[in-house]
Design a protein around this ligand. Structure first.
Ligand SMILES: Cc1cc2nc3c(=O)[nH]c(=O)nc-3n(C[C@H](O)[C@H](O)[C@H](O)COP(=O)(O)OP(=O)(O)OC[C@H]3O[C@@H](n4cnc5c(N)ncnc54)[C@H](O)[C@@H]3O)c2cc1C
Length: 422
């Protein structure tokens, strides 16, 4: 029984791992020469087991319209993208009611906790080194109102397993002394002790190697052209190197899932939202932040990953181009320098890696995991801003469903794509 996984980002690689453990003969196909080289390369690195709220939330459609065309907006919708994402936009707006938002956040929480446990089990079993950090994550707020709103959201999820501590500005500085310069601007923070950080590129590559050593055929440097179906079921995958028969195919192509499945008439509501990160060596910056910090009002994440520092942010809806706009990168650096003024003296942009990746965002802000209307053709994609967080759990859930096992957690909504009822 041959199972082909399309795409070796963190999601596809985790899917291949759990499928091989379940006894499938797995082929993993990836166009890059290694795993995790596209969106899974330079993300913020945070395992947000506690920060699971979708972007489709009450008030967001109005904000996006207000920000239209503004270069420095936190979420920039470019006019040119609008005609291509009309349906997606309507579905996104429909998910912004308080009820849908809460249900989607809860769905992500179940998957995130399952995923964190799965990630920890995989790293214990394989010994993959991925610059794991376990000091928790601090989110800082500059207005009492936004802190109250965030606490309300956390209180809603707390009975379902979310752990958090509300902290004062002084406690923020105690937790991360590099916040001392911005102390007077803070209203407080939420500290998520259980959240972790790690390099998803290193993890993805380590996991691909572990998959290969268990017999997964990793076909890297091979571009998938199309999927063949007949009589309501999947038949084969056609690549630039030939045709491969398959009993089961899992599409884990991130943002490229939608155009690939559109070729066989499946409309998948996943749209790319470009983000930017800047990675540089810590070098002699001894007082650099050690605790991962997310700044709610300036909208960036600042994380030490091993001996590198990474600052990430920006959301830009502009199609599939992955060129990082320097205006967006500069806005992130300016915002981060407000919070951490020493950054200005420690970041040499000519030596930093400015990177952009496409978050595969679904209207509900939850991934799409399940079987399509073609028997044997599965999808595991649409993890948006939470793909590193949700990757191991999603791979495990997909493999369980394919193998006919109960995944043991409530499943994310079907979003009209997979045959399972919500
Ligand atoms: C700036 C930024 C910050 C982020 N921060 C975080 C964070 O802190 N925490 C978090 O949890 N998530 C974060 N994310 C989101 C996370 O990075 C993504 O959700 C995740 O990487 C998606 O993984 P994936 O495997 O679905 O997609 P990808 O990593 O994009 O993998 C898809 C793979 O499919 C391959 N592929 C595509 N088309 C073809 C084809 N035709 N043939 C062969 N191969 C193909 C690609 O090469 C790619 O390797 C962030 C994202 C960005 C952009």
């Amino acid at each position: 029984m041959t199972t082909i996984v399309l795409g070796a980002g963190v999601v596809g690689t985790a899917t291949a791992w759990y499928l091989t453990k379940a006894g499938h003969d797995v082929i993993l196909i990836e166009r890059q020469s290694e795993a995790a080289m596209e969106t899974s390369w330079g993300n913020g690195g945070i395992i947000h087991a506690s920060e699971v709220e979708p972007w489709s939330q009450p008030g967001m459609p109005g904000k996006i319209i207000k920000w239209l065309g503004k270069e420095d907006a936190p979420l920039l919708l470019r006019y040119g993208a609008i005609p291509h994402m009309f349906r997606w936009g309507i579905a996104f707006a429909q998910n912004c009611t308080p009820e849908r938002f809460r249900a989607n956040a809860l769905s992500n929480l179940h998957l995130a906790l399952h995923s964190l446990k799965s990630l920890q089990e995989i790293s214990a079993e394989t010994g993959i080194l991925y610059d794991r950090g376990t000091r928790g994550v601090l989110k800082i707020y500059r207005s009492a109102q936004s802190l109250e709103n965030a606490q309300r959201g956390a209180d809603y999820l707390a009975p379902h397993g979310l752990l958090y501590e509300r902290v004062t500005p002084d406690r923020c500085v105690e937790l991360e002394p590099a916040l001392k310069d911005t102390r007077s601007t803070l209203a407080g923070g939420l500290y998520f002790a259980r959240d972790e950080v790690g390099d998803s590129n290193k993890f993805g590559q380590g996991l691909a190697a572990a998959c290969a050593s268990r017999g997964v055929q990793c076909r890297f440097g091979e571009t998938i052209d199309r999927i063949e179906t007949a009589n309501g079921r999947v038949l084969a995958v056609v690549t630039d190197k030939g045709r491969i028969d398959a009993d089961t195919v899992v599409v884990a192509l991130g943002s490229f899932t939608a155009p690939m499945l559109a070729k066989i008439g499946i409309r998948v509501p996943i749209y790319p939202v470009k983000g930017v990160s800047i990675t540089f060596e810590r070098g002699g910056w001894n007082s650099a932040p050690n605790l991962p910090v997310i700044d709610d009002s300036k909208i960036f994440g600042f994380v030490a990953i091993g001996d590198r520092m990474r600052v990430s942010g920006s959301a830009e809806i502009s199609g599939y181009d992955t060129t990082p706009a320097m205006t967006r990168a500069q806005a992130i650096i300016d915002n981060a320098s407000f919070t951490f003024p020493e950054l200005k003296h420690n970041l040499d942009l000519s030596k930093a890696r400015v990177w952009a990746g496409l978050r595969p965002v679904s209207p509900a802000g939850t991934p799409i995991i399940g079987e399509t209307r073609f028997r044997g053709l599965w999808i595991n994609a649409g993890h948006g801003h939470l793909g590193w967080t949700l990757s191991c759990g999603s791979g495990r859930v997909a493999a369980d469903l394919i193998t006919g096992r109960d995944p043991g957690i409530p499943l994310p909504p079907s979003q009209g794509v997979v045959s399972r009822a919500v």
